[in-house]
Design a protein around this ligand. Sequence first.
Ligand code: PLP
Length: 367
Amino acid sequence: MAEVPFVDLAAAHAEVEREVLDGFQRVLASTAFVQGDDVREFEEEYARFTGAGHCVGVANGTDALELALRALGTGPGAEVVLPANTFVATAEAVVRAGARPVLVDAEPGDLLIDPERAAAAVGPSTAAIVPVHLYGRLVPMDPLLDLGPPVLEDAAQSQGALHDGQGLFGAVAATSFYPGKNLGAYGDAGAVVTGSAELARTVRLLRDHGSERKYRHEIVGFNSRLDTLQAVVLRAKLRRLARWNDLRRAAAARYAELLDGVPGLVLPSPPGTGPGGGQEHVWHLYVVRVPARDEVAGRLGDMGVRCGVHYPVPVHLQRAFRYLGHGPGDFPVAERAAGEILSLPMFPQITAAQQERVAAALHKILG
Ligand SMILES: *Cc1c(COP(=O)(O)O)cnc(C)c1O
């Protein structure tokens, strides 16, 4: 029997192939490989899509986070508050901007940053708070926005997630268009979105050697531009993103039905009870919790069901962040989750039959 893949990027490509190839031909003919028209068009389209006002395309999501932090004035001596259970890039960006990561534990339900612990972590040196809309679920933002320091949203997993029709809540958000993200390029890409013309301008300078006019450099910047070829892909996929996110929501609802009552399996809580009407989750990942996770994942693999773990080691237990002085037991919610979480196959084109195979396998293993 064919495997159930964890993601199926070929299925997404099939939907956009014609448009992408036409666009590539156009770019190849114009040879505007860097800062071409498609980059500007994509930035306008993505700014409109998020309702943010301004979008600046950059080379990847990690750079987007770093440049946004720098634009907020984060640097040496500053602290940045962020969750311990995130992809390591969130913490890396803080270090690269010259600041010190101040990690906080997750809340046990949805595993998003715990708002009370975030409040307790804010101090006089806090330059920014960086909530992560992990798995595609929006962090409840009001408690964080009330704390004072500017909020930079790590929106790498939440493209298209809305609350009350809004897609940006803090001063600025950074996103990644890594191929596997809900809006994925064919290589690395990222963006910063903001309602502030001034922040957008600073990020624009930072991404292109501190320059707005060729060979005039106002600040020391970086080379972190978005390729024109990637912008072509992103424009084609952006036209389908809202529909693809709807399909992810339908797939999540189907999992909830199929997996109801599997012994020992904890399903993600359904969104949609608040004013967001279910739009506040775009199901980048469908993450269940199960004891003996590694054994269950191994048996699923043997049965042809490909899963992932996001993420097996929280930031504070990574060797690279040992200098922060944390150890096991410091963030017990994140640590416990890291041993139990399991990401099931999830992508817009997943079929009912594929999901039924995933569910049948889990019923068999755990039943
Ligand atoms: C993917 C991701 C990033 C980093 O994006 P890159 O484009 O790979 O640099 C940052 N934060 C989170 C939460 C992510 O999932």
